[in-house]
Design a protein around this ligand. Structure first.
Ligand code: CNA
Length: 254
């Protein structure tokens, strides 16, 4: 199918919706130069996933802090790509009401999205594992680069990046807000997620089971494909700007 036809179809679904939400994963940021986990050049080819479990962190905090500083922290220089910008524009047009993201890179906010629910934390803070006090991640990374473990200035507890590690619960407030959005949604647009990481992947599934339409834009098949009304196997950064263009036409804006 011609990508413009697919874009027109998705724009039509978005125009009909009253409360569309977007659910994103690492694939929305690959075109900003940030590798995903499971794709062909994903991070798991370089770092074994066990490293980012909470058990491993507690056993070898300095080693994990070093890897975190080397890989994830370097993403802080990344810029939003056309997919992030298109999603922000869909919100500006009043069609998308919220972006629920598994990413920690902050690129939706950098692109101008206003309502962003971060399920897996962020790259802004480090958090004390004892008292919960937050410290700027920059300061913690600086300590790690001096070869020391970062500790809480309040209670001396161990600091951990404020990104959710495997085996850790998701932040309550983000999870609650995400489910609230899923309950209100009549359309969920999934962008760049393998939909294999739970409980996050349950959010689009839950919305779908409550009657929302499900559209998936992803390079590869996902386990929720059988529930989707529309599946687009294209690069998000190439496809989503076409959707915006078609939607603007429908709304009489160009
Ligand atoms: P994942 O499991 O790595 O899946 C990414 C999916 O995106 C794959 O199915 C790819 O085929 C697809 N994909 C890759 N590039 C594109 C593209 N240009 N257009 C469309 N699809 C594309 O990632 P998930 O987000 O599903 O898994 C959840 C993990 C990954 C979360 O815990 C994230 O925190 C974590 N993660 C985040 C980042 C980030 O913040 N940018 C980077 C790496 C991993």
């Amino acid at each position: 199918m011609d990508p413009r036809d697919e874009a027109r179809r998705l724009a039509g679904l978005l125009a009909e919706s009253r409360h569309a939400i977007v659910f994103t994963g690492a694939g929305v940021s690959t075109e900003s130069g940030i590798p995903d986990f499971r794709g062909p050049s994903g991070l798991w080819r370089r770092i074994p996933p066990e490293v980012f479990t909470i058990e491993y962190f507690l056993e070898r905090p300095l080693e994990v802090w070093r890897l975190f500083s080397e890989f994830f922290y370097s993403f802080r220089g990344a810029k939003p790509n056309p997919a992030h910008l298109a999603i922000a524009r869909l919100e500006e047009l009043g069609v998308v009401k919220a972006v629920i993201t598994q990413n920690i890179d902050g690129l939706h906010q950098a692109a101008g999205s206003r309502k962003v629910i971060e399920l897996h934390g962020n790259l802004r803070w480090a958090r004390c594992m004892s008292c919960g006090h937050k410290v700027a991640l920059d300061d913690a990374v600086e300590t790690v680069r001096r070869g020391q473990l970062p500790h809480c200035p309040r209670c001396g507890g161990l600091l951990k990046p404020d990104a959710v590690f495997f085996g850790e619960p998701l932040p309550d407030d983000a999870l609650e807000e995400a489910f609230r959005e899923a309950r209100s949604a009549d359309l969920v647009l999934v962008v760049g997620s393998s939909l294999t990481v739970y409980p996050a992947a349950y959010i689009p599934e839950y919305a779908r089971r409550r009657g929302a339409r499900l559209v998936i834009v992803n390079l590869e098949p996902t386990p929720l494909d059988n529930l989707a009304e529309m599946i687009v196997h294209r690069k998000a950064g190439e496809f989503l700007p076409l959707v915006v263009k078609e939607l603007e036409k429908i709304l009489g804006l160009n």
